[in-house]
Design a protein around this ligand. Structure first.
Ligand code: CDP
Length: 219
């Protein structure tokens, strides 16, 4: 089998990268890994055990023992888990423990797929710097807060859009400022601004970029 074809999508919270990554994985028959779910999973495990997400020792241990089946069926998409995830994600020991899994997934995608799509914050810069294609997906803070608010409000009727805006701003600032693998656009990443794009339009724009590279690699 040839080398795995890897697409990296990075960007701030609720920029649309996860949706795009899933659509691209389906379109090009690639495996998909939401790397944020790993950090959320570690945070969830800590919170569920009644531990403080700022406790480095406990977070490092949870990351070392983490496996995806631990979070099967768990609600890891809540505000609380998101906030705790960005705290544990700033800890080098946590990042190190999760790095191998992500690299192995990219190099040997499950299900015999010929490649993988990974979305996160540091995929194009740290996890897969040699990815075949990289996107940095952004949108205005207002639009991102609106999207995430609409996703979360069904389970949390008392949530306000201002709360969500605040959460995202804090999380983005923490993700961009940390010393270890901060959120950053790789020099060779395509910038995709989804502020004014529907999902369909963003997907079409991404597909135009992927098509050229993917078909060339296939041929
Ligand atoms: O879906 P959303 O964009 O809100 O966040 P996520 O992708 O689920 O990531 C949750 C948190 O995990 C982020 O705020 C980051 O702190 C961290 N993360 C990271 O540090 N590196 C990654 N490759 C992915 C997520």
């Amino acid at each position: 089998m040839g080398k795995s074809f890897v697409i990296a999508l990075d960007g701030p919270a609720a920029s649309g990268k996860g949706t795009l990554a899933q659509l691209l994985a389906r379109e090009y028959d690639l495996a998909y890994l939401d790397t944020g779910s790993l950090y959320r999973g570690v945070a969830y495990a800590l919170l569920a055990a009644g531990k403080d997400p700022a406790d480095e020792e406990a977070a490092a241990e949870a990351a070392a023992n983490f496996s995806l089946d631990q979070i099967e069926g768990a609600d890891i998409r809540t505000r609380e888990v998101g906030a705790a995830a960005s705290k544990v994600a700033a800890m080098p020991r946590v990042r190190k423990a999760l790095l191998d899994f992500q690299r192995r997934f990219a190099a040997n995608p499950p299900g015999g797929k010929r490649g993988a799509v990974l979305d996160g914050r540091d995929i194009g810069t740290v996890v897969c710097p040699d990815a075949d294609l990289k996107f940095f997906v952004v949108a205005s803070p207002e639009v991102r807060a609106r999207r995430r608010f609409l996703e979360l409000k069904a389970q949390k009727p008392d949530l306000t859009e201002a709360d969500v805006y605040q959460d995202l701003a804090e999380r983005d600032a923490r993700d961009a400022a940390r010393a270890d693998a901060p959120m950053a656009q790789a020099a060779d990443a395509e910038l995709l601004d989804t502020t004014r794009l529907t999902i369909e339009a963003a997907f079409a724009a991404a597909r135009r970029v992927v098509d050229g590279v993917f078909r060339r690699c296939e041929g």
